[in-house]
Each structure stands twice: as structure tokens, then as C-alpha cells.
Design a binder for this molecule. Structure first.
Ligand code: ZN
Ligand code: ZN
Length: 316
């Protein structure tokens, strides 16, 4: 199974601003000050020897994760990250073959559907898109987003074949040998987490979920759902203080992500749904805190913790 992150930001797209780029450039110049940069080859070498973070950005696009299993091509959420995923799919399908894509939606807050009008495969007749959601009237909601008052092209003009599956509680979906389950998360208007199982590996996509004030029994259902996942993609938008303050806002923190991962026996924890007001350094600090917290409190447990960032591919 392969998991690729196309959008990792929460709430609204948040591209790097000029000041952040300037600060990045300053750090690069500082690093390169005593290095030989006289030729293109030398400059390339200096860039390659930089700390990884200086060359990479966490990314400003909202939620979209692509999962490829041995026999299914899945997409989780259609935040602005799905636009570039669309180009990638088209570039790999030069022969314009029939392509079934299975799109699972956590919920329909804007940051999880706003990329759909810019998803080019949806405009082509050789693509077959199946949408899955426990929310009622998903088709109407997507159509409404593209009402002429808000967007010039209606979903009626998107030429792909569209199919909508309204998931029942506890309903499991099987696409060839790939199994997908879901569970309701605590979030305004409800969000849903999904678990993908294929060839003995498992991936859980759990964004826009809060765990404050939940009963012990409810927490247990999440521990069961995340059980032994090879990778958990977890909503870590808030710092610990924010998580305490923002009760019922529907998000979680990296520290709680560590706690529930340990309790569930998760192997790798990817932190996601980064706040739009957080710059790359702040987000990296939240991740470093989570790693330190794990080291201090769960020394004997194996858990890899890292940031979900745009373009990152994880093989399970
Ligand atoms: Zn969100
Ligand atoms: Zn939401």
C-alpha cells in the first residue's frame, strides 16, 4: 500500500508568505556563507547538504490523501490538494484508459471539498468516480458548491461517470481485495474516519476529530478502530493548550495523537490538518514536542511520529 499526502492544511489554504520565504533564504545564505558556490554543480551540492527542512515546505493545500493498494485507487477528501493530484493522475494515464477512482469524504466542510471543481479527471468521460460518505445528500452538497452564484461550472458539466454511495453505520466497503471501514468522529456536523486494509497492512485516515469530554466507552471505540494501524493520519491542529481551550471546536492535538496511538498499538503516526496560522517552524515545534512527550512517557513503546507534508509518500 502506498499513501501520498497532497494536502495537509486545515481550515483554509495557507501558502508560504513572503516573510517566511525571506526567513528561509536568510537561513540558507547563513549556511552557505563559507561554502564554495562558484559553479552550478557546487551550488547543487550545497543545496543537497542543507538540512532537509530548508528545502521542503509542509505545504498550504487543504486535506487530500491518495492511497494506492494492489487493486484499488482511493482518495480521501477533496481539499485544494486534489487539484495537483488530478494533474498527476492525468500525466500517468497518457493512453486515456478507463480509470475507476474511489473518493471517501470525511465531511463536507469547505477545506475538505473545495478542490473538487479543479479536479480535472472529473471533467473527462473516461474517469469513473465513486463517492462514499455517511453524510446524506452528498451529491446535492457538491452540486451546491458549484451553484452558478459561487462557481461558473456546474457539476452537470463534469463529464466523468459519477456514482454516490451513502454509507450505513458500520457498513464495510470491499473494492476487489481492499477493505474500507468507517467510524464517526466528534466534530461539528460530524466527520468520519476511514480504515483501509490491504495485503495485511492498514492505514487510518482520521481528520477533524475531537476527543475532549468523550465517554470512556466512546474512546474505546476509537482505540479499537485505530488498533495496530501501520499508519495513522491524525488531526493535530491544536497545541495542548488550544485543545483544552477550544472545547467542541472539533479538533485534536499531537499529544493526544501520541496517547491514542500508544493505546492502540499504532506503528507510525502522521500529524496533519495543520492550522492555517501556523508557519513551518511552529508546526515543526509541535511535532518535536510530540516526539519528546513520547520519549518521556512511553519509552518502551515503538512509535514513529512525523509531519504529514505535501508530496510525502509513505510505503506500507
Ligand atoms: Zn478540516
Ligand atoms: Zn471540519
Amino acid at each position: 500500500m502506498q499513501v501520498r499526502f497532497w494536502g495537509v492544511r486545515g481550515s483554509i489554504p495557507a501558502p508560504l508568505n513572503g516573510n517566511e520565504i525571506r526567513n528561509k533564504m536568510l537561513r540558507v545564505l547563513e549556511f552557505a556563507a563559507d561554502k564554495d558556490i562558484s559553479s552550478p554543480q557546487h551550488r547543487e551540492e550545497v543545496i543537497n547538504s542543507l538540512a532537509k527542512e530548508e528545502c521542503l515546505v509542509i505545504g498550504g493545500n487543504t486535506t487530500c490523501v491518495e492511497v494506492k493498494t494492489i487493486d484499488a485507487h482511493l482518495i480521501f477528501d477533496m481539499g485544494s490538494g486534489i487539484r495537483e493530484l488530478g494533474y498527476d493522475i492525468l500525466s500517468k494515464n497518457k493512453a486515456n484508459l478507463q480509470q475507476p477512482l474511489h473518493i471517501f469524504l470525511s465531511h463536507t466542510h469547505w477545506d475538505h471539498i473545495q478542490g473538487f471543481p479543479f479536479f480535472l479527471p472529473a471533467y473527462l468521460p473516461n474517469y469513473h468516480l465513486t463517492f462514499y460518505s455517511p453524510h446524506k445528500e452528498l451529491q446535492t452538497r457538491l452540486k451546491y458548491q458549484q451553484d452558478f452564484r459561487f462557481f461558473p461550472v456546474s457539476t452537470d458539466y463534469m463529464a466523468c461517470k459519477k456514482e454516490f454511495v451513502e454509507l450505513e453505520r458500520d457498513q464495510e466497503i470491499k473494492i476487489n481485495s481492499t477493505l474500507i471501514k468507517h467510524i464517526e468522529l466528534h466534530h461539528p456536523g460530524k466527520s468520519y474516519a476511514y480504515r483501509v486494509e490491504s495485503e495485511g497492512k492498514s492505514f487510518v485516515f482520521a481528520t477533524d476529530g475531537e476527543y475532549n469530554n468523550l465517554s470512556f466507552d466512546r474512546i474505546i471505540t476509537f482505540i479499537d478502530f485505530y488498533k495496530n494501524a501501520d499508519l495513522l493520519d491524525f488531526d493535530a491542529q491544536y497545541s495542548f493548550d488550544e485543545e483544552i481551550e477550544k472545547v467542541d471546536w472539533g479538533h485534536s492535538s499531537a499529544l493526544f495523537g501520541v496517547d491514542i496511538s500508544i493505546k492502540s498499538g499504532v506503528k507510525r503516526l502522521a500529524l496533519t490538518h495543520h492550522g492555517p496560522e501556523q508557519n513551518d517552524n511552529t508546526i515543526r515545534k509541535l511535532c518535536a514536542n510530540a516526539i519528546a512527550y513520547k520519549k518521556k512517557n512511553y519509552k518502551e513503546h515503538e512509535l514513529e511520529i512525523f509531519l504529514a507534508r505535501e508530496g510525502l509518500t509513505v510505503k506500507l
